[in-house]
Design a protein around this ligand. Structure first.
Ligand code: MN
Ligand code: MN
Length: 317
């Protein structure tokens, strides 16, 4: 039996010392309940690039996170064996090859029943992670539900002739049977559109769309109740695009939209997901070149820990 992986304690060595890994965890790929890994790829970005640098910035910012969760008291590293599994292989000049590489990496990583927690990278990278989890064959069978926190629906058909961009992953995921649209809720949608109804496909597919006016109207408790109703008791994914936060709290993303969630609203929504069967998740679209003072990196690292706690709680029952 391999040793139980534990984060280096800030009371034994200063948190700024040593090589940066996620939450100061050891690097390891086997014998894990939950594998944290990066996908340093932004070749599917439609506007400002930079998310390829996200995983490194998240590792660095994650040294600020202490191992016990503040509001719940949950200690994920005692409940589950968690480690930094490094980065998935990517091909910066080839989207299709990267999709295949990431899928293969996740299929191997999760073959023994390990839950994936991905740090992006642009949002297209959620697609090969879902594909890889299916190929691993150890998680409950898809289609899965999903709580998708994002300013954007990411269900477009194509951009500039390309079908695989960070604006299209979840249309593919639905069409490929990875997600059950009736069990998908998108929270925080906002911003302008290109046509009169850019969300028509998502709506007709049966996805529940909670845009910012809906969030305002329903409040956090109402959003939580609706999200729990939609995902039900079956297995679900949590996908968190950092642009769901208002740019005041997360300027370092590729396609920011004004008028988004506050951190307190977002934490309230995530707190409401305890008890859901969360099989994995991702935090994507951190773009360090657009960040200031590490504001967005801290948000991303904090939210990665929030998702880790949700997955650990689900696995621990
Ligand atoms: Mn977005
Ligand atoms: Mn997105």
């Amino acid at each position: 039996m391999a040793e139980w992986p534990r984060p280096a304690s800030g009371s034994e060595s200063p948190r700024y010392a040593g090589p940066a890994t996620f939450f100061r965890l050891p690097l390891r790929r086997t014998g894990l309940d939950i594998a944290l890994f990066g996908v340093p790829f932004d070749g599917a970005t439609t506007l400002r690039p930079g998310a390829r640098l996200g995983p490194r910035a998240l590792r660095e910012a994650s040294t600020l996170i202490r191992p016990r969760h503040g509001r719940s008291g949950l200690a994920p590293f005692e409940l589950c064996q968690v480690a930094d599994a490094g980065d998935a292989p990517v091909r910066p000049f080839d989207v299709a090859a990267t999709l295949a590489e990431v899928e293969g990496f996740v299929a191997g990583l999760c073959a023994g029943g390990t839950a994936p927690l991905m740090a992006g990278g642009d949002h297209l990278m959620s697609l090969p992670v879902l594909r890889g989890l299916r190929r691993a064959g150890a998680a409950p069978s898809p289609p899965w539900g999903m709580v998708h926190l994002d300013a954007h629906s990411d269900t477009a058909g194509s951009f500039l002739g390309a079908r695989f961009t960070h604006g299209t992953p979840f249309r593919h995921a639905v069409e490929e049977g990875l997600l059950a649209p009736a069990r998908v809720v998108q929270i925080g949608l906002r911003g302008g559109s290109y046509g009169p109804d850019d969300l028509a496909w998502a709506r007709e597919a049966g996805i529940t769309l909670l845009d910012m006016p809906a969030v305002e109207r329903m409040g956090v408790a109402g959003v939580v109740a609706e999200a729990r109703r939609v995902i039900g008791t079956g297995p679900c994914w949590v996908s968190l695009d950092l642009d769901v936060l208002d740019p005041a709290f997360a300027p370092g993303t590729g396609t920011p939209e004004w008028g988004g969630l506050t951190p307190r609203e977002l934490l309230g929504i995530l707190d409401g997901l305890y008890g859901a069967q969360v099989v994995g998740g991702d935090v994507v679209e951190l773009s360090p070149p657009q960040d200031h003072a590490g504001i967005t990196a801290l948000a991303g690292a904090t939210l990665l820990f929030e998702l880790l706690c949700l997955i650990a709680a689900a696995r621990a029952g």
